[in-house]
Design a protein around this ligand. Structure first.
Ligand code: HEM
Length: 437
């Protein structure tokens, strides 16, 4: 009995230490085996490979643009959920709720600012990330499918931002969405039906506000999350980020076999060597994995452990992204114009900035500008990795072997940026050309 008592007392004394040890199960790793085990056994870290190429960590290579896109999405999700506690998708209440956020909700203004600026930033950063992937030739086989997933992510990002634009229910929101959705109406045959489906009515009103709200807070974020998960999973399956051939050793000629032991995963292959425990069954590696995953005999040079190298880089990018969004939100307030007045359209009524290139094109030809050209551009963008299948110049910025592909892509980018600049700064009343100076 007294033994039992003393063991209970011992357990109580050790309780805090036992709780801490049950959460933080392993000490900070000090060996290669420990570093590999950390990546394997941690729920968050196991998404990453155990080792990562030095090139993938070089800030001048990826510029962290994919990660920044992801962290902006996380910021948008967190601030968006907090905003949902206050927002009501009703034409009679939405605007007042915006005023409340400004004046009576604690941190309401910074919350709204962060959500707004992060949304704009995400559109721009995802676009820049796409440019980086193109200009380093990283869409080539076996990454064609991930490029397609990326194009879907770009479209989803645009529509997430667009649907959020209406929610403040001010003049800016109302007329921007009126213009934006009228562009959809120019599609032949299905245009009017499409616009009606989006608005739930012939004009922007309560039905549209509700539809945009549901799309913005449920449908698009869920689909985006799914596509981001597929995007990250594909990066792993495609063998990490694209690298020039020179940093990948030639495959070994001799077929490799591995002995699989009934051991915990953390005691399996590490540090580039295969740890073999009590032999049980034999497989050739081809029997286990197929396609671009076959890495045995293709050991990569110049790699480092993900823990802590990749983790530190990721935390740094996270910190930078949060700090950047907070700094901008501290100094600049998100716009809020007068409440909606359907009788007084601003002149000119402009779409959100990322659709101003389209609006500019529409001013020349409604069909070609609003539907024909964008549809062809989108199709070409999707077909990029299927048109350009050569494997030269992969994993390098502006590789000389890819000069024509890069020139064509940059021409397309520059034309679209110029159209957006014209639409934003050089168009005044009745879409007349004006000087911003
Ligand atoms: C929500 C949007 C997106 C997120 C969160 C995202 C995230 C990422 C991340 C974290 C990476 C790892 C390397 C890096 O940081 O560059 C990556 C790579 C990649 N992304 Fe994205 N991405 C998005 C959109 C896109 C778009 C629009 C495209 C192209 C149309 C694209 C195509 C690719 C490809 C092909 C890779 C592999 C690149 C390589 O192997 O070097 N992604 N993405």
């Amino acid at each position: 009995m007294s033994n039992e008592k003393s063991s209970i007392v011992k357990d109580l004394v050790n309780l805090p230490a036992n709780v801490v040890r049950s959460v933080f199960r392993n000490p900070l790793p000090s060996s290669d085996r420990g570093r590999a085990a950390t990546s394997f056994t941690n729920f968050f870290l196991h998404i990453q490979p155990v080792r990562v190429s030095r090139q993938a960590l070089r800030p001048t290579y990826t510029m962290g643009l994919g990660l920044i896109s992801f962290f902006l999405f996380v910021i948008l999700t967190v601030t968006g959920i907090l905003l949902m506690f206050y927002y009501v998708p009703s034409t009679t209440q939405a605007y007042d709720r915006m005023l409340d956020l400004r004046s009576s909700v604690a941190f309401g203004i910074i919350l709204r600012n962060m959500h707004r600026w992060a949304a704009h930033a995400m559109v721009a950063v995802v676009f820049l990330h796409m440019c980086r992937v193109f200009l380093t030739g990283s869409y080539k086989p076996p990454r064609e499918f991930n490029w397609l997933v990326g194009v879907a992510l770009f479209i989803l990002t645009l529509f997430s931002s667009f649907t959020g634009y209406l929610l403040p229910w001010d003049q800016l929101a109302f007329w921007a969405i009126t213009v934006g959705t009228s562009i959809a109406g120019y599609a032949p045959l299905v245009g009017h039906a499409l616009r009606f489906m989006l608005l739930g009515d012939a004009t922007v009103g309560q039905e549209a506000l509700l539809r945009f709200y549901v799309l913005h807070v449920v449908v698009l974020p869920v689909v985006l999350t799914l596509f981001v998960a597929i995007h990250f999973w594909r990066i792993r399956k495609d063998g990490g980020l694209a690298r020039p051939e020179s940093v990948i050793q030639a495959p070994a000629k001799v077929p490799v076999s591995v002995e699989i032991a009934e051991q915990p995963v953390s005691a399996m292959p590490m540090g580039g060597t295969v740890v073999v425990a009590a032999p049980t069954r034999r497989f050739t590696i081809q029997g286990l994995v197929r396609g671009p995953l076959v890495k045995v005999g293709k050991l990569e040079e110049d790699t480092v452990f993900s823990w802590p190298n990749l983790l530190i880089a990721e935390l740094f990018v996270l910190l930078l992204t949060v700090a950047g969004v907070m700094a901008v939100s501290y100094f600049f307030n998100a716009p809020l114009e007068q409440p909606v007045n359907v009788m007084h359209p601003p002149n000119p009524a402009k779409a959100p900035w990322y659709f101003l290139g389209l609006q500019e094109q529409v001013s020349y030809s409604a069909f070609w500008g609003g539907v024909g050209v964008p549809a062809i551009e989108l199709l070409l963008l999707m077909l990029v990795p299927y048109i350009d299948r050569s494997k030269v110049g992969v994993g390098r910025w502006f590789a000389r072997e890819r000069v024509w592909a890069n020139v064509l892509f940059l021409t397309f980018v520059i034309i679209n940026v110029i159209l957006i600049i014209i639409g934003t700064f050089f168009r005044g009343a009745n879409w007349q050309f004006v000087s911003p100076f």
